[in-house]
Write a protein that binds this ligand. Sequence first.
Ligand SMILES: Cc1cc2nc3c(=O)[nH]c(=O)nc-3n(C[C@H](O)[C@H](O)[C@H](O)COP(=O)(O)O)c2cc1C
Length: 359
Amino acid sequence: MDLSTEIAGIKFKNPLLPAAGPLTGDDEKMKYIASLGVGGMVTKTISTEAAKVPRPCIVATKDYVVNAELWSEYGPNKWIEEFLPGIQSLKMPKIISIGYSKEQIEWLIPKLRDFGDAFEISTHYVGKDLNPIAEVARTASKLAKKPVFMKISPHMPDPVEFAKVVTEAGAAGVVAVNSLGPVYYVDPKTGNSPLGSENRYGWMSGPVIKPVALSIVQRIRQSLDIPVIGVGGVKTAEDVVEFLEVGASAVGMLSSALIFGKEQYRRTVNGLEEALKKRGYESAKSAIGRKLEIHHADFEVRNPVVDPEKCTLCKLCEYVCPYFAIKVSNRVEIDPNACFGCGLCESRCPTHAISGVLK
Ligand SMILES: Cc1cc2nc3c(=O)[nH]c(=O)nc-3n(C[C@H](O)[C@H](O)[C@H](O)COP(=O)(O)O)c2cc1C
């Protein structure tokens, strides 16, 4: 199957990329991640100074990561002299992640542009005002002579406006999204936040943020015909397909490789063909943008239907029903007058015995 994709004229052998972070923090790490089969490379964010990263800076559960990593702990010279020359042998597109202000971008781009095929610019620490962000996009696009992708953070109030403003300023597209926050994670064992950062705050990523990321990608693509790299919560090949369907042309993953191990990249790439086939696609490109139709709200109330063959009378539906409409004795009884048609019972039923409510 043809798994290739293309963004702003750059061809990738498959749509899975590492998202900017510690796994792409130097040339040796990038070579290792490349060996796992990803379609392209994205560096850790490089800025004009090395980041002074507080420690500890990464904690995870199986559902999410909380980090306080800032940007690369190495200064630009290390990247220019060692890490970027070190990945030139990789036969895949290389996206150089940089940040943050106009002045920093002006300083960085001329020194870095020969090492990559595109730039990704993090806007994570520059606030919510779109004017300086547009200025960075304009400056970068003029200087880079290569495609520039602006990376949006989930705290931006209007993702569509962000995407519109940066592409009008010359950016080739958008990377959506960065991590969510700030968040205050408490370790249940100690009752404290284990991070070393100021106020012990961190940023959340990984599987729990996938619906946030999918919605932002979809909203941008429903309004604008621009290339988007979807990032946020990807764990499996099925997740990659979901991002393609809401309009992403390529898909980044980081936290699931931190939670489940670096082999998650190989597993995800290896599962892509099957995941695409399962949804009826004959290539990666054919899945892009297949779920962009706009749905208007529905108000019809549909009551649940219970299959007694599958029902184990576990009573979970009765316990969770927010409208007190379900009673379970030797069968499940649903009061159609009390039932609000909310769908919770169907989504929680462990044996899939309930149907008829959810779309
Ligand atoms: C430990 C860690 C470090 C990160 N460092 C960067 C970074 O340097 N630059 C950047 O743009 N995003 C950075 N991110 C954000 C990721 O690139 C990504 O946008 C986010 O984590 C959501 O994707 P995921 O759920 O697959 O991790 C970092 C995330 C984590 C967890």
